[in-house]
Ligand binder design. Structure first.
Ligand code: GDP
Length: 297
């Protein structure tokens, strides 16, 4: 299970402070030392950890907290608040276009789960927001990608726009928007190409697709299992494309959690959804507060 190690360690740490009638400055310092180690071990970015610990200390060592009737619980509440804040605070909503179709572009490295997530997200939004999606196969380089999206479309009874693998992704994206308008689709999901590494050619192509489709959302799909790499990938994509959100996949695996806890702080981009399995309904909106309380138990 994701976060297991982190969760165990943090729970152990806060247990020591929970029931205490009196909490000293030294107790808080001891606790933050342990929290710091637990976060670093979970592969959270070191600068993120440093800022986090400083904020917790600053708030917890205040006189009102330590002199209060329930200092232990208040300190724990501060850790929980800060943990949720780290991941984005509130759950972020999708930006729908006032003038349909809403365009959602999915980007990411190969293998991150982009094509699967395109299907899952369309399925989720169709149900949750009563929309009529069109899926667009704009990954013309990975031979199986178009077929894969068509299969997903078949399973979801959702149309898939393709022009094969001979046209440029930019043309495909442009034509897809035209088609969506003609057929009264109020939302379009563009599955773009990925590469094994961030490279310039890929970024240029994505910038062009962005320019011709004017997307309402650009979601970066990142594999939570890749830890700090996921954060670096998010930074690179964000620099070029100004992504509007991240979707962390494979959170059902035994990720240590570093990516989930660092993406927002490092890139300023909120995590909007998380992938919890291979099935088409295994996608959930990301709730930072719920995640924080799940981690702290
Ligand atoms: P793409 O290259 O980025 O388009 O990646 P795919 O959509 O083909 O996904 C790569 C692999 O990851 C596939 O085997 C997916 O079933 C799997 N996958 C995607 N999302 C998740 C997830 O949330 N959990 C798990 N366990 N597997 C996932």
């Amino acid at each position: 299970m994701a976060f297991e190690g982190l969760s165990d360690r943090l729970q152990e740490t806060i247990k020591k402070i929970r029931g205490k009638g009196k909490v000293s400055e030294a107790d808080v310092k001891q606790m933050t030392r342990e929290v710091r180690l637990a976060l670093l071990e979970a592969d959270v970015n070191f600068k993120v950890v440093k800022d986090f610990i400083n904020r917790v200390k600053e708030r917890a060592i205040g006189q009102e907290v330590l002199k209060s009737l329930t200092p232990g619980q208040q300190v724990i509440k501060i850790v929980q608040d800060e943990l949720a804040g780290l991941m984005g605070g509130e759950q972020s909503k999708i930006q729908f276009s006032p003038k349909p179709p809403t365009v959602i572009m999915l980007v990411g490295l190969q293998g991150a789960g982009k094509t699967t997530t395109t299907g899952k997200l369309a399925n989720y939004i169709r149900k949750a927001n009563n929309k009529n999606p069109l899926l667009v196969a704009a990954d013309v380089y990975r031979p199986a990608a178009i077929k894969q999206l068509q299969t997903l479309g078949g399973q979801l009874s959702m149309p898939v726009f393709t022009m094969g693998d001979k046209e440029s992704p930019v043309t495909i994206a442009k034509e897809a928007i035209k088609k969506a308008k003609e057929d009264h689709h109020d939302i379009v999901f563009i599955d773009t190409a990925g590469r094994l590494h961030v490279d310039d050619t890929l970024m240029e192509e994505l910038e062009e697709i962005k320019a011709v489709t004017d997307p309402n959302e650009i979601f970066l799909v990142v594999d939570a299992m890749t830890g700090q790499d996921a954060v670096n990938v998010a930074e690179s994509f964000n620099e070029r494309l100004n992504i509007t959100g991240a979707i962390l996949t494979k959170l059902d695996g035994d990720t240590r959690g570093g990516a989930a806890l660092s993406v927002k702080a490092v890139t300023g981009t909120p995590i909007k959804f998380v992938g919890m399995g291979e099935k088409l309904d295994a996608l959930e909106p990301f709730h930072p507060e719920r995640m924080a309380s799940r981690i702290l138990g």
